[in-house]
Design a protein around this ligand. Sequence first.
Ligand SMILES: C[S@@+](CC[C@H](N)C(=O)[O-])C[C@H]1O[C@@H](n2cnc3c(N)ncnc32)[C@H](O)[C@@H]1O
Length: 218
Amino acid sequence: MSNLDQRQYAPAFQRNCHPILAVLEQELPRQGLVLEIASGTGEHAAFFAQQLPHLGWLPSDQSQPQLKSIAAWRHHTDLANFYEPIAVDVGTPNWSEAVVQALEHDGFADSEVIAIVNINMIHISPWQTTEGLMAGAARLLPPQGLLYVYGPFIQQDQPTALSNLAFDQSLRSRNPAWGIRQLDDVEKVAAENGLTLQRTVAMPANNLSVIWRRASES
Ligand SMILES: C[S@@+](CC[C@H](N)C(=O)[O-])C[C@H]1O[C@@H](n2cnc3c(N)ncnc32)[C@H](O)[C@@H]1O
């Protein structure tokens, strides 16, 4: 089977790719390497690498079938700044060190990950995954490095949309360890790791973009 045959498609991509791009264009630096955690099908990686040609885009996922789909999208788009996906499970300790090793192995020894992008993972994985994402992002990012997270959240000061309540129930029935997280809880674990919340942006379909920066070293 050729690489092309292994491309997968997620319907949500078409709905969220342009709104997410608009936020990333405001937040990402003008150059450097962006690590995407949980790239899934690889459609976002292909789209962002094309739309943000001044940046290097390094996709990753924990799942072998997803890594094959990402590689197939890379093959299909044939962009110099869309790098070979790497296997990263942010639920494992020291994943950030594994990323640094993979960068060295792939000839990126001098490259620094200046931003991490994570779309629609936090609610479809156990809470330990969020804890691992924050801890590893804080180790990997340079001071002022950016962590961008997209997805649905529950906010204390805002009513939760009925569609998100139903989505939360369906997630928990599929896996009791999944579920839409309280933004306050995610903020707390981010802060514990030295990541400072910069802003949240309301997105279509009751999603949020949440942007953190690693605190500067004193
Ligand atoms: C709903 S999909 C979202 C994929 C893609 N970001 C998107 O928006 O289309 C969730 C993804 O999270 C990945 N994932 C779940 N737990 C993970 C972990 N511990 N480390 C890395 N990726 C993980 C899954 O393999 C899957 O690709």
